[in-house]
Ligand binder design. Structure first.
Ligand SMILES: [Zn+2]
Ligand SMILES: [Zn+2]
Length: 273
């Protein structure tokens, strides 16, 4: 039975999906568990939920619990109260304080930028083509941050390690062979294997029909470094993407040499124990 460890709802600023519809889709797709993992981000000095509909943990928990208590879901779908933390090493103190103060079943961490390259800037592709050294600079920053996120010990799962490929596919230097990047990639993946767990992210599969070229490479490196079985997350921001193509993600884990993906009980057990 499959579990989707990464979904967004209208309790995130970048999604309009009602929580109820996300859970309903998870049930329709026959998932055994789904994690609601809305964005918590830095906002000025403080760290927390940043949707116009939800700016407090209490609101967040109530909205998710209410939707999860629907009779149609009882005994059919395990709903995990998760969160996706937008991490930077410089935010470590407020992130830590936020996670210590609030209970979650699942905490995933992701790095969401790579200065000086802005993924959302329409001119970024052109910039990378003309100045490939800026791509190197951006990925040096990015992989150091991913290593910091994993080493922090705050996260059950590190999300979408090759997220930058999602926005500017094929325009980045090869992180596995570039002399400046390759050692940083190994350090980041090693930190995930040691302190956290790798996610197989379905966002590119669901939008473009294929994984980033590097997805299997990262996963294989993670397994060789002793990483625990990975999890699959759709990163759905719309109900129709919840659990979509999840079998593709599970197959990628097998191709990388894992006997299976991790069942949800294994990922959340340290807190329920
Ligand atoms: Zn993310
Ligand atoms: Zn996400």
């Amino acid at each position: 039975m499959s579990s989707d460890f990464h979904t967004h709802t209208c309790l995130s600023p970048d999604s309009k999906a009602p929580v109820r519809e996300v859970l309903e889709m998870a049930r329709k797709r026959g998932l055994s568990a789904v994690a609601i993992t809305d964005h918590a981000e830095i906002d000025g000095e403080s760290f927390g939920f940043v949707s116009p509909h939800c700016r407090s943990y209490e609101t967040y928990r109530r909205e998710v619990r209410e939707a999860a208590s629907d009779d149609a879901l009882k005994g059919k779908l395990k709903v995990l109260l998760g969160v996706e933390v937008g991490y930077r090493i410089e935010y470590d103190t407020p992130v830590r304080a936020f996670l210590e103060a609030h209970d979650f079943d699942l905490v995933i961490g992701g790095v969401h930028d790579s200065p000086p390259v802005d993924w959302w800037d329409p001119g970024a592709g052109d910039l990378l083509r003309r100045h490939p050294e800026m791509g190197v600079q951006a990925l040096v920053w990015y992989f150091k941050q991913v290593e910091g996120a994993a080493s922090s010990g705050l996260f059950d799962v590190i999300a979408h390690i090759d997220v930058y490929e999602r926005y500017l596919p094929g325009m980045w230097p090869d992180p596995f062979t570039h002399p400046k990047l390759a050692p940083l990639v190994r350090k980041a993946v090693w930190a995930i294997a040691k302190h956290s767990r790798m996610e197989i992210n379905l966002e590119m599969v669901n939008k473009r029909g294929h994984f980033a070229w590097s997805a299997l490479r990262f996963l294989e490196m993670y397994r060789e470094m002793g990483g625990k079985p990975p999890v699959v997350g759709s990163d759905a921001h719309r109900p129709e993407w919840v659990g979509l193509n999840i079998k593709e993600g599970e197959r990628l884990a097998l191709r990388a040499g894992f006997p299976s993906v991790a069942p949800w009980e294994e990922v959340v057990s340290r807190k329920e124990a």
